[in-house]
Design a protein around this ligand. Structure first.
Ligand SMILES: [Zn+2]
Length: 213
């Protein structure tokens, strides 16, 4: 979900790895200011729909990947429909309504959610393996009614290589899940200014309004 700073590198590695089918959803057009981090696009992509430009770039790397492109802003009902058909969901979006809609759908259909976010010099990664009954969901960490500061990269800016790091890690976690290697990542946070990573194990919140009973 999202073919921007996180979605571009994530989709690149997944397509290059030869995933069978990748569904890419994004309603935006490529803007010149996207090019420092949205690495599937080139100067001549400016003005094109992101999913169309992304499809061309990904098929150039691997023509055998079945790419499904969805040129629309994803509402909850649509998220539900798309998540039901997916094996793994990568949240590469930039806003809380989309994040929560994806989370609800992943909880409902018990699909693993690989969540990434980057803003300014801060970023985070976490896998919510919702196939497991005791796994936390995104709303255990960030409640839907919580007070959040909704700021987007398009407004606040983001350190471009950091989106590449997190997007590549999302692809890594997705491949791990698909082939069953190791353990999914807990919450990992990095401050790019000092290169310090922090990892936290997040527990399911029994009072969570989305996944709690
Ligand atoms: Zn929850």
């Amino acid at each position: 979900m999202g073919a921007g700073g996180l979605g571009c590198p994530a989709a690149f590695y997944l397509a290059a790895a030869g995933l069978g089918r990748i569904t890419l959803a994004d309603a935006d057009k490529v803007d010149l200011t996207n090019l420092q981090r949205q690495i599937l696009y080139r100067t001549d992509s400016v003005g094109r729909q992101k999913v169309d430009a992304a499809r061309a770039a990904l098929n150039a790397v691997n023509p055998e990947v079945d790419l499904v492109t969805i040129n629309e802003r994803i509402e909850p009902a649509r998220a539900n429909e798309l998540v039901a058909k997916a094996d793994i969901v990568l949240d590469c979006s930039d806003n809380f309504p989309t994040r929560h809609a994806l989370n609800r759908a992943c909880v409902k259909h018990r699909k693993p959610l690989v969540s990434g976010a980057a803003m300014r010099f801060d970023a985070q990664l976490m896998v919510f393996d919702l196939r497991k009954a005791d796994a936390p969901c995104y709303a255990c960490l960030f409640p839907e009614d919580g007070e959040v500061e909704e700021v987007q990269c398009s407004v606040m800016g983001v350190f471009a290589p950091l989106t590449g790091v997190i997007g590549a890690m999302q692809a890594m976690e997705a491949i791990k899940l698909l082939v069953g290697i190791g353990e999914p990542s807990g919450l990992s946070m990095v401050d790019a200014r000092n290169g310090e990573w922090r990892s936290v194990r997040v527990k399911k919140d029994p009072g969570c309004k989305v996944c709690g009973k």
